[in-house]
Design a protein around this ligand. Structure first.
Ligand code: UD1
Ligand code: UDP
Length: 363
């Protein structure tokens, strides 16, 4: 059986690392890895391949950045050529980026079965590019690997046939278990940044709705600067956010009050997350990792797809509408240390379940 895995953006390298390891250890399965080139800086791409020991991509399409239509269209064209050449039995896509949609669309038009990891997530906010990518990818897919019960319900509600939906858990939990110990052994980031355990807040900001809206961008960073007067704030800066801060003239002020770093590798990120007093983020993956490492989390968005974390009282969604609103929510939660046994994200064997379904599901 031949499986083509399509990745392109940072979180997809991490998810694919967990699944590829299992797929490649399975007899009779050949995986071909296609990197669209959506993320291309060394610290947004290469570092993950090296640290997570992901095999070199068989194809790097080198698409790079661009407007949604331009970027997705170029990917579609290039992926189609690879699929015609390789004639796989499955195309495996992850998450909700433009690389995900392009991979699913190219495959389904060629009548090649599509499997979607992280299916069924919904924010119900159609202005998010990710929401459109998810809905379209799910409806083009033959196997939908849902991470949570809520995701399964969302898919049922949209009329996806039951036999296509598989509740497998969250592949990022597999990754957290597998790489957590390695991070402890290898990462030197805490020393490098002079950080003391539980004496800093880790923040990440990269969502289009936060970076492309100058008012929101200012509210978020003014709030982080205010918080930084009380406790150190560390923020590995996504290139999109760096550009937005420079464009809005805020970069120098922000750099003077927050500890800004380049984007870090996954092992360093895990160490920063594990040892933070609190995490403030608009990232999907980072919200869950906060829970995996039992670090309180404030989500800087209007809504979240990972509703279980809010229901469990772990995550607090704070729409970035006012400086005081964010600063108060963060300061209030600094002292909250709950103990939660429940884990809505599976048993850490999500990748094995995915591999098994791919192998055993008739084409
Ligand atoms: C993309 C995904 C988002 C995901 C995020 C993970 C889409 C629509 N969005 O957002 O869902 O959460 O990846 O990080 O697919 N850039 C660089 N170097 C790089 C990559 C990007 O400088 O290696 C800059 C470019 O200016 C680019 C901008 O970042 O225009 C945005 O990159 P893009 O891949 O379009 O979207 P992300 O914001 O990274
Ligand atoms: N991440 C990382 N380095 C960073 C920021 C994030 O390794 O500087 C990891 C993070 O631990 C998580 C994933 O990237 O596993 C999340 O990616 P991102 O926030 O870019 O996208 P999202 O999950 O929101 O789609």
């Amino acid at each position: 059986m031949k499986i083509i895995t399509i990745v392109g953006a940072r979180p997809q390298f991490i998810k694919a690392a967990a699944v590829s390891r299992v797929i490649r250890a399975t007899e009779g399965v050949k995986e071909i890895l296609v990197h669209t080139g959506q993320h291309y800086d060394a610290n947004m791409s290469d570092v993950f391949f090296e640290e997570l020991e992901i095999p070199r991509p068989d194809y790097n399409l080198g698409i790079g950045s661009g407007m949604h239509g331009e970027q997705t269209g170029k990917m579609l064209e290039a992926i189609e050529k690879v699929l015609l050449e390789e004639k796989p039995d499955w195309v495996l896509v992850y998450g909700d980026t433009n690389s995900t949609l392009a991979g699913a669309l190219a495959a389904v038009k060629l009548h090649i079965p599509v499997a979607h990891v992280e299916a069924g997530l919904r924010s119900f906010n159609r202005r998010m590019p990710e929401e459109i990518n998810r809905v379209l990818t799910d409806h083009a897919s033959d196997l939908l690997f849902a991470p949570t019960k809520t995701a399964v319900m969302n898919l049922r509600y949209e009329g996806i046939p039951e036999e296509r939906i598989k509740l497998v858990g969250d592949v990022m939990y597999d990754a957290a278990l597998f790489y957590g110990k390695k991070a402890e052994r290898q990462s030197k980031i805490l020393n490098k940044l002079g950080l003391k355990l539980k004496e800093y807040i880790l923040a990440t900001v990269h969502r289009a709705e936060n970076t492309d809206d100058p008012v929101r961008l200012r509210v978020i960073f003014d709030a982080l600067c205010e918080i930084a007067r009380e406790i150190k704030v560390v923020l590995p800066l996504h290139p999109r956010t760096r550009e937005a801060l420079i464009k809005s003239g805020m970069y120098d002020k922000v750099a003077s009050c927050i500890c800004l770093t380049e984007p870090v590798g996954y092992l360093d990120m895990v160490m920063l997350e594990k040892n933070a007093r609190l995490i403030a983020t608009d990232s999907g993956g980072v919200q869950k990792e906060a829970f995996f490492y039992r670090v309180p989390c404030v989500t800087l968005r209007e809504e979240t797809e990972w509703v279980e974390l809010v229901e469990l009282g772990w995550n607090c969604v704070v729409p970035p509408l006012s400086v005081g609103g964010i600063a108060d929510a963060v300061m209030l939660r600094l002292g909250s240390f709950k103990s939660i046994e429940e884990n809505p994200y599976g048993d850490g064997h999500c990748a094995a379940k995915i591999a098994s379904y791919l192998i055993n599901t008739g084409k």
